[in-house]
Write a protein that binds this ligand. Structure first.
Ligand code: GDP
Ligand code: MN
Length: 378
């Protein structure tokens, strides 16, 4: 579960990690009142996404009037398709330097990794892409834990002087303890701002492993939050569909978790990028297939739809009927690539052929075709 920034910062405080003075607000007039108390402030949308700064979700104000105007721009509008219904109003820091500090779980190494960079801030993804050597990694030995000589090695790699190094060492120890005790899949401070008063967490992320939520009941209750986000995933949930949004342009419908994952992998291997995937599950009827196809195709990011079905209880002729009906109702000319085999395969292929939709025999061929068609369209 992804905690929101303000929730992550509450946890940071409990672990002795300094955070700026801040208050949560739901209306522009509340923001104005808070700004009277804080002076110059930063108004930050509270949504479970990163990159808010670049997307326009972090605004600055020097007076309460300005704060009210800025807040009114954010509250009630959408950022990355999510409704903004609360903002965190925070004292504005005079940032001298921005550090990145994170603790992630490396599932392959079965260990926590501490990540740190002296190039923190909103461009950290670019740093990771273009100059990965600027990100220092330390794999924590789970038995030994993290010792001062580890943290000092990290700060040395970052090229910090002794004053900063000492302060950062302490923070690394605290963040690691937090990651362990909170069962964090990821916790991150970006930027960890350096000001005249030392380090302070200007931003905060904390994703708790869902399987450990029973140990963190106080946050489990906040999950209600997620229900208020108007994402397509939420909409899918309400429609009873198993759907996950990704950031590419090929829509994927398949059945069964294994086949669905394999389809995504194949598309990726062929050089394509899935926009999403929908797992029909077992025993889908034409009505459910139609609903699923309509839902995936109505995403404007989807240029091509790839359907990969293994006919068992879900029959191939039913799949074909669902696809054809959805396409008629949507009245779309978006290409659909289908590969199906199993129960009533011949009938399904015949129906699709009649409707002008070709089917391919193998998953590789189908994925390859979907990728080529997409490339031709963009
Ligand atoms: P993100 O874009 O979702 O990661 O949101 P952040 O909370 O990291 O804010 C984006 C950027 O705004 C940060 O990287 C900082 O550069 C800047 N920022 C945030 N808070 C402050 C602040 O109090 N003072 C100043 N000067 N900059 C800030
Ligand atoms: Mn940030």
């Amino acid at each position: 579960m992804k905690l929101l920034e303000y929730q992550a910062k509450e946890v940071f405080k409990q672990y002795g990690i300094p955070t700026p003075e801040s208050y949560l607000a739901k209306t522009a007039s509340e923001v104005s009142d808070i700004a009277k108390k804080l002076g110059s402030c930063v108004i930050k949308v509270q949504l479970p996404i990163g990159g808010r700064g670049k997307a326009g979700g972090i605004l600055f104000a020097d007076t309460p009037e300005e704060a009210e105007i800025q807040a009114a721009k954010l509250l009630g509008s959408k950022l990355k398709n999510m409704l903004i219904y609360e903002v965190l109003v925070e004292e504005k820091l005079d940032i001298l330097d921005e550090i990145y500090l994170g603790v992630v779980v490396d599932r392959v190494k079965k260990a926590h990794i501490i990540l740190a960079s002296s190039k923190g801030g909103v461009n950290i993804e670019d740093v990771a892409d273009k100059t990965p050597e600027k990100i220092v990694k330390h794999q924590v030995d789970p038995i030994l834990g993290i010792k001062r000589y580890h943290t000092l090695w990290i700060t040395k790699q970052l090229g910090l002087g002794s004053k900063k190094a000492g302060a950062l060492s302490g923070l690394i120890e605290k963040l690691y303890k937090l990651a362990l005790e909170m069962d964090a899949e990821l916790t991150e401070i970006n930027p960890l701002a350096y000001t005249s008063e030392g380090f302070i967490a200007a931003d905060g992320r904390l994703n708790i492993d869902d399987n450990a939520l029973f140990r963190h009941k106080e946050y489990g209750e906040n999950m209600g939050h997620e229900a208020e986000f108007s994402t397509r995933e939420q909409e899918a949930k309400e429609k009873g569909l198993t759907y996950v949004e990704l950031d590419g342009n090929i829509g994927i419908i398949s059945n069964g978790a294994g086949l669905t994952m394999a389809t995504i992998d194949t598309v990726t291997l062929e050089g394509g990028k899935p926009a999403n995937f929908l797992d029909l599950g077992g025993g889908a009827n034409p009505e459910r297939i139609e609903r699923s196809v309509s839902f995936v195709m109505s995403d404007p990011r989807v240029k091509v739809l790839l359907v990969n079905i293994l006919g068992g209880i879900t029959r191939c002729d039913d799949t074909a009927k669902g696809i054809i009906r959805a396409r008629e109702k949507l009245d779309t000319s978006k290409p659909i690539v289908v590969r199906m085999m199993g129960t009533n395969e011949e009938e399904g292929i015949r129906l699709l052929k009649e409707a002008g939709i070709d089917t391919l025999n193998s998953m590789d061929e189908a994925a390859g075709k979907a990728v080529k068609l997409t490339e031709a369209l963009i």
